[in-house]
Write a protein that binds this ligand. Structure first.
Ligand code: UT7
Length: 349
């Protein structure tokens, strides 16, 4: 038999042993430098009281000259591997959810090399602030199909590169961070991804975008080429807010109904950390008491694809999220894209 034929036989065998997904470990990393609302007030016309009352944010972290997105992603991944007590070479796949790669061809392979995951394929996935949730669901399908057993999902963004730091309507919101989650095939039928729904609506995409620069240069013989590069983030805050408070409760409601889940059985609501008012509005819709709503955006702001994994890691490490806890999660943002997942935390074997 040729090598190719052998490989496909192995793949068919694996695909026959489809399995559930276990959430095994998590990790996160944030830049050292924290910038307070008062400090931002020295750059743009804003103040701590306005930012806190409209967003719940007190500070955000920004990648400094000695740091990088690759380094944050690597640290988050290594912390997750340490929690699960896995070697990096046991990973089959790395999915890096980011809208701000160091390299437009993809940063996941650099992350793979950095942590020594020599047996893992690696690719980037872009779905803005929904990226981590989309990445988690994507990764889970490789496991459910039986094709792979161990996968690292990282949500990481360095939006400080693309924020207009002179636009007070948006710059107060964003920060940089990375969060990681490890998925493993289960051999006993348990599935920690109990259900999910994903949605996109590109027709509303203009309310939050990071568009290409609109510049062409002469090439040759009358032909021209478009220049590479991006404009800073453009956001219609009120429209994004309305989108979030309408779509997030709706998709969570659909998911809970589709999985016959009663809100009383949910231990934690883990939403993309965009704005405390959005978190409060969604919690109220589901009559979730405040102490079941995870929130750390006061310290970090909106870290885009990182928020859900960053919050998960904090709550696992401080003991709030425990083995067997059920988590209703929702990511939402540019695209527009949004999604919801019903998760169970297994933790290390
Ligand atoms: O992952 C998704 C990312 N995006 C989001 O989550 C954005 C969702 N939207 C929001 O969080 C809110 O819309 C914002 C926090 C961005 C803005 O809050 P808002 O209550 O919608 O304020 P607004 O845009 O209606 O502005 C109210 C006023 C305006 O002044 P006038 O026109 O009433 O005189 C703004 O110019 O507040 C002013 N303003 C500010 N004042 C002080 C806007 N930004 C600031 C600021 N500091 N940073």
């Amino acid at each position: 038999m040729t090598d190719d034929a052998l490989n496909s036989t192995a793949l068919v065998k694996q695909l026959q042993s489809a399995s559930g997904v276990l959430l095994r470990g998590c990790g996160s990393a944030t830049p050292a430098r924290s910038i307070s609302n008062d400090e931002l007030g020295k750059r743009v016309e804003t103040n701590d009281a306005w930012i806190r009352s409209r967003t719940g944010i007190s500070a955000r972290r920004v990648v400094g000259s000695e740091e990088s997105l690759a380094e944050l992603s690597g640290l988050a991944a290594e912390r997750a591997l340490a929690m699960a007590d896995w070697q990096a070479d046991s990973l089959d796949l790395i999915v890096l959810a980011t809208s701000t790669p160091d390299d437009l061809f993809g940063s996941a392979p650099r992350l793979q090399a950095r942590i020594g995951a020599v047996n893992a394929a690696a690719f980037d996935l872009t779905a803005a602030c929904s990226g981590f949730l989309f990445g988690l669901v994507t990764a889970a399908q490789y496991i459910r199909s039986g094709a792979m057993r161990r996968i690292l999902v990282v949500g990481a963004d360095q939006l400080s590169r693309w924020v207009d730091w002179d636009d007070r309507r948006s710059c107060v919101l964003f920060g940089d961070a990375a969060g990681a989650l490890l998925l493993e095939a289960s051999d006993n039928g348990q599935d920690d991804l109990e259900g999910f729904l994903l949605r996109s609506d590109g027709s509303r995409g203009e309310v939050l975008q990071l568009p290409q620069v609109n510049e062409r240069r002469a090439l040759i013989g009358g032909a021209s080429h478009q220049c590479g590069g991006f404009e800073p983030i453009q956001m219609n805050g009120q429209e994004v807010y309305k989108f979030a408070v309408r779509e997030v409760p709706a998709i969570l409601d659909s998911l809970l109904r589709a999985t016959s889940t009663n809100t009383d059985s949910i231990d934690w609501l883990l939403l993309h950390q965009a704005n405390q008012r959005i978190l409060d509005a969604v919690a109220e819709r589901f009559s979730m008491p405040n102490d079941k709503v995870l929130s750390n955006l006061a310290a970090y702001g909106n870290t885009s694809a990182a928020t859900i994994a960053l919050m998960l890691d904090e709550a696992v490490r401080d003991g709030r999220i425990q083995t067997g806890h059920r988590i209703a999660s929702s990511g939402f943002g540019a695209g527009l894209s949004w999604g919801a997942a019903l998760l169970r935390w297994s933790g290390p074997a």
